[in-house]
Design a protein around this ligand. Structure first.
Ligand SMILES: Cc1cc2nc3c(=O)[nH]c(=O)nc-3n(C[C@H](O)[C@H](O)[C@H](O)COP(=O)(O)OP(=O)(O)OC[C@H]3O[C@@H](n4cnc5c(N)ncnc54)[C@H](O)[C@@H]3O)c2cc1C
Length: 182
């Protein structure tokens, strides 16, 4: 470990590296234990109840890597506003299902990034598109895949289906471990 063996040592030497933090912390006394926060992911199992509803990060946050946080917060806020103006229990259930589906979808998308399957797919695409089948289908995949990973079409069932299908069957026997992020 670059900063020390224990989390206390790591925290202290990290603070010492920064001139301002070092000055401010000269006479500081630790009053709470040092805790390490490595998993940003959190998800509520319920999003609505009598007189309350969760939205944005309060409902769930998946991962910082693909910047889904703001998208999900804004999409959720819009959907919740719609449910509130409708006012029926059905509308609130629809809202809850929408957010849960979004969180599920982004979990799979982010997993494709960390597991290396996303970049393996790009690699396969590079050589498959020179084949006859590739030339016939490449435009279709190029249309849907980036739109899902940028968030533009994550709520399109068809685009999500395409991505799931490709991640499952399109790796052509390549081992995604080569591109996995640990
Ligand atoms: C360092 C950092 C970088 C990020 N970068 C990105 C990025 O590049 N792209 C991206 O998409 N997402 C990013 N995110 C995630 C994104 O910021 C959040 O997912 C998003 O802001 C969630 O929106 P929200 O409205 O749910 O919560 P917030 O934006 O956290 O809003 C909650 C608001 O409620 C207020 N509040 C809290 N308690 C109370 C209270 N009791 N009474 C009144 N008000 C209260 C808070 O002050 C805050 O203003 C980043 C997050 C962090 C921490």
């Amino acid at each position: 470990m670059k900063f020390g063996a224990t989390i206390e040592e790591q925290y202290d030497s990290f603070l010492r590296r920064d001139e301002s933090a070092r000055q401010w912390g000269e006479k500081a006394e630790r009053v709470t234990p040092v805790v390490r926060y490595t998993n940003y992911q959190l998800r509520a199992t319920r999003g609505v109840g009598p007189g309350w509803a969760l939205c944005g990060d309060a409902f769930g946050f998946i991962d910082p890597v693909l910047s889904s946080g703001t998208l999900l917060a804004l999409d959720g806020a819009r959907a919740l506003a719609k449910a509130i103006s409708d006012g029926s229990a059905r509308a609130f259930r629809r809202y809850e299902t929408r957010v849960i589906t979004n969180l599920d979808d982004w979990s799979r998308i982010v997993d494709a990034y960390y597991s290396g399957r996303l970049f393996t797919l790009f690699k396969v695409g590079e050589y498959v598109r020179h084949t006859l089948l590739g030339r016939l289908t490449d435009w279709h995949f190029r249309k849907h895949l980036p739109r899902v990973f940028t968030g533009e079409a994550t709520d399109s069932r068809y685009s999500m289906y395409m991505v799931d299908f490709m991640l499952r069957y399109g790796l052509a026997g390549n081992d995604p471990a080569e591109f996995s992020v640990r």
